[in-house]
Design a protein around this ligand. Structure first.
Ligand code: KIV
Ligand code: ZN
Length: 513
């Protein structure tokens, strides 16, 4: 490990959640925050507290729970934003306020309608206020990638003077090229007189597919913090992907003067969790975490890998925690073997009751599915179930027949009472959803319906994510089963229960700004 550290600042829960169509409730954000802490992320940007009540609550809950990573909250360079951020961070063991204001001519003139001098003064005031709540203050000149270098340097110098210890340079619109962005970082560090008193960070967007390249070029030019997200989730085309930054720096230690503290073996788990919560599948050929990232299809490649894996592999699948398609247990396996498998997969179990519950689900699945893989067990154990569900699934009978409209009979228990309905629909899932809606009359809107297979094969466990909204509350529901229609029904019921149980806490994405 090199002595110079590259700080990993994860913004999956803030910029990642700003991704169109992505939305997470507080429990889901907490699950992700715990996974990020386990991954050894240095800083978790947990949200933008002034933006919504949900965001505020999420930052506050995460602050109470996370102990190892620093928790960061975003704030514009406005008093009310900084007060909200500091309030939400109150319980955090290690806290950071991240304040920003745009410095590019177009943003200052068209969006802020402020003069450069006003922008600079606003930044200084905000940093000083933030500093009164925590010593750890980060400042971002938004759209730095399109700002005038001299003005940018003068704002940064004033920001450091005012107390900012981290200066983050965002390429907000993903406009820069790697050599250009690297030069920008080099010039800033060279021209800003007090640059040695701050850590320089970068935050790159992926509009031209260059977020990772730009971030790495910045690291080669002196940046020591990278802002990134799991699976590259983020506003528009996304942010730099954490897994790509981390694995590039780790794999090319011959080039990079620093390394991260990331426990790379936890990467795959985080990637799957974020994908499953958001319902955004990872493309198969995605670097590091795509299903095909370590798969060799061509005979020449397979032959090479068998003879010596280094012929075609620059990283080991194990290094990112990929327990790829290893056949594990069957339906005759006992509880001890199952417990040992959970240990091997680093799945924490709290007490015998939880072990029994997962073991029961494992047996149920093993009855239906011929081959059980590690991925199936990971999925089973991460299936979050809300206890005391208001709506419970009892039975379904779905009929699809050529030339006839699909129909579904659904039986549920709602508030302890057995109820049923039969409906038709444009497909099996549509018919089942119509029947459920006929029973519960939620009047919710379906925002997302996404199906993902967890392993391969027609008997694979299918995972369905749905996102529904009602009165501007947004919740996700998840369901997994070998029968995709049943998984869909379970996901819908899961979402309806969340809406019913937590109408206020559920949405974290009601942006007020
Ligand atoms: O992209 C951006 O400029 C941001 C800032 C708030 C850092 O997300
Ligand atoms: Zn951003």
């Amino acid at each position: 490990m090199k002595d110079k550290k590259l700080i990993i600042f994860d913004t999956t829960l803030r910029d990642g959640e700003q991704s169109p169509g992505a939305s997470m409730d507080i429990d889901e954000k907490l699950q992700i925050a715990l996974a990020l802490e386990d991954l050894n992320v240095d800083i978790i940007e947990a949200g933008f507290p002034i933006a919504s009540k949900g965001d505020f609550n999420a930052v506050s809950e995460i602050s109470k729970t996370i102990k190892k990573s620093t928790i960061c909250a975003l704030a514009r360079s406005l008093e009310k934003d900084i007060l909200a951020a500091s309030e939400a961070l109150k319980k955090a063991k290690k806290k950071r306020i991240h304040t920003f204001i745009a410095t590019s001519p177009i943003h200052m003139e068209k969006k802020l309608k402020m003069s450069p001098e006003e922008v600079k003064n606003c930044a200084i005031k905000a940093i000083k206020l933030a500093k009164s709540f925590t010593d750890d203050v980060e400042f971002s000149p938004e759209d730095a990638g399109r700002s005038d270098l001299d003005f940018l340097c003068s704002v940064i110098e004033a920001a450091i003077e005012a107390g900012a210890n981290t200066i983050n340079i965002p390429d907000t619109v993903g406009y820069n090229l790697p050599h250009q962005f690297g030069t920008l970082i080099h010039n800033i560090i060279k021209n800003v007189k007090n640059s040695s008193q701050a850590i320089f960070s970068v935050h790159c967007h992926n509009d031209l597919g260059l977020a990772v390249g730009n971030s790495l070029s910045a690291v080669l030019n002196g940046a020591r913090q990278v802002e990134c997200t799991i699976n590259g989730l983020g506003e528009r085309a996304g942010n730099a992907a954490l897994e790509e930054i981390t694995m590039t720096v780790r794999t090319r230690q011959d080039i990079f003067p620093c390394d991260t503290n990331i426990n790379t073996k936890k990467i795959m788990k985080c990637s799957r969790l974020v994908s499953s919560i958001t319902g955004f599948p990872v493309q198969p050929n995605k670097a590091i975490v795509g299903k095909n990232a370590f798969a060799h299809e061509s005979g020449i490649h397979q032959d090479g890998v068998i003879k010596s894996r280094e012929t075609y592999e620059i990283m080991r699948a194990e290094d990112i925690g990929l327990v790829s398609n290893s056949l594990v247990l069957g339906k005759h396996s006992g509880r001890n073997a199952f417990r040992q498998k959970l240990n091997e997969l680093n799945i924490p179990i709290e007490g015998e009751k939880q072990l029994n519950d997962i073991f029961f689900k494992f047996k149920e699945l093993a009855d239906k599915k011929h081959d059980m893989f590690d991925e199936d067990i990971i999925r089973l154990s991460s299936n979050q179930e809300i206890t005391n569900n208001h709506i419970k699934f009892n039975y379904m009978n779905v009929v699809t027949e050529s030339g006839k409209k699909p129909s579904a009979l659904i039986k549920l228990e709602v508030g302890g009472e057995s109820v049923e309905s039969s409906c038709t629909g444009d497909g099996a899932v549509d018919a089942a959803y119509n029947a459920i809606e006929d029973i519960v009359k939620s009047k919710c809107k379906l925002l997302l319906y996404s199906v993902n297979n967890i392993t391969s094969g027609t008997d694979a466990l299918g995972e369905v994510t749905v996102r529904i909204s009602k009165n501007s509350n947004v919740v996700n529901g998840h369901g997994a089963d070998t029968d995709i229609v049943k998984a869909s029904v379970l996901a819908f019921i899961n979402a309806l229960n969340k809406l019913q149980q937590n109408p206020d806490l559920s949405s974290t994405k009601k942006r007020g700004v």
